[in-house]
Design a protein around this ligand. Sequence first.
Ligand code: ADP
Ligand code: MG
Length: 577
Amino acid sequence: MTSIGIDFGTTNSVAALYGSSGAEVISIGEPPAEWEELGGYSRLLPSVVNVDDAGHLRFGWDAKLTTSGRRFEAVKRLLKEDEVVNAGDHDFLVEEVAASIFRHIRSRVVANGIDFDSAVITVPSNSRGLARYRTKVCAGLGEIEPIALLNEPTAAAMAFTLRHLRADQSILVFDFGGGTLDVTVLEARDGVFFEQASKGIPQLGGMDFDAAIMRAIAEDVPGSEQWTPEQKARVRLEIEKAKIRLSAGNIDETVIVVEGAISGYRLTLPRFNEITRHLVERSGSAIEAVMRDLRMGPGDVDALLLVGGTSKVPSVRQFAAEKVGREPEPGVDPMTAIAEGAAIAAAILDGRLDNHDFFVSTEHALGTIALDVQARGLAFATVIPRNQKLPARQTEIFYPIFDGQESVMVQVVEGDPDKDLNHPDNQILTEFEVPIDPPRPVDQAGFELTYTYDTDGLLHIEAKDMATGEALTDAVTVSFRGARDGGELVSMAGKVRSMVDSGKLDDSAASAASTVQDPRSADLLSKARTRVIPFLDDSGAQPLIELCGALESAGPEKRESLQDQLERELRKYSYLF
Ligand code: ADP
Ligand code: MG
């Protein structure tokens, strides 16, 4: 089994494979010549999907450069919330759009002659349980088995450390992408990376640089206020290319092709620096916040890694270096470092890279929900803590609550024990019953719960009776692909596959949503049918199926009460989401 690394970015996605000469980026993009000439852009796949009026789908560069139709960008951000997105008559679950990008990535990797079945996928370090969970689900729907999720700054640090092994060091990762800035300090200790502090600015990125240039042009070019959205979109692409040319460090002015300005718009490097200075300076507040948190001064970190496309801008590099008090590490490619780190982690997990001095570790604590007598409530009882090297195996002892209790329900939870149990970071992965046979007084009914988190990304759980030494259940295997392993995964994957492979929307799949006009009904029906009903046995599913049918055929006078009723029912199943 070969695993690759995927940086599933908000703006661009990058894939890499660890091979005989280290981590190598796979050319998954097919940009036109004018982008290719800028150098290395076939390594990026814009994370964009475009749907035209006839329902044809485009991906990557094709989608980015098409200025008509409905375009889905920054899909990764939408994974944080439960959103349905819409293109003309068609509604999509946001997972379907994200999954279609993974499916496209898959086909591009295979087109490069690389046979693989699984991947380590990177996620922002501040991303919540739901977004992480959905990222796994979407990769799976795109037929890429997600063997592990890796935090983006950890990935960048791994790519760097593999080449610059030093026992212990602190690393500042400055990740300036298309729409966000994330600054993280990690401590590398005994080969494990500990995130010590992290600060993000969610609305600051390369797009703001483009917008600043756009404003400057609009002020100077007569008639610009009458540009159609399509003309504007074309100018925006010209601006992005100009920004990239100016950042290469070998020219000090460039000409931007602009409608209405016959000889184009001349932009000098000093002028570019002037109109983007406020954006560069804003990035400093995140560096300051992180260093303040850790009581660090200039020069205190051992290495500065500049990643993300916007880190290619010379004034950004210079400013970050001054703030941190250290020169950026050479040899770190801002565009690809994260994917390279993911590829290294993938090689460690699939066994191709060993005897190295660093490890992949758990991003989250794993445990069970238990009654905390002191706190008089339910609590997250940790079995495997966060930042534990993989494979990890740990045992904790639990007791039933009552004398004579016949069984205990074990709920397996992944997340952060310091947060409230209902916090979205905490996700119930599964639950199962442990029999206490024969029933006895509490103090004699203790049982051991052993969690093994394997490098294959699966969690195995065993329960053993302490009094008899006997196994209480067959070992339970919890797949980290979550609760969607059933028929629903298969049918959604089928839809995504036919959409992407045919390049067209699957009309039969879209028609279920379009028969219902009102958006609340459509949303509830789609949730019930895709996320709840497929997981239930017949007796559980039947009442919901009937309720959905009733809502679909209800007249306006009955609709609202049926919607309320369905919503109440669905809430019972919220743990599946
Ligand atoms: P994300 O993490 O959001 O997916 P990336 O790290 O791919 O984003 O960065 C994308 C941003 O970087 C875009 O705004 C793009 O215009 C900008 N960018 C890409 N290459 C360069 C370059 N050579 N010089 C300056 N900016 C660049
Ligand atoms: Mg990124």
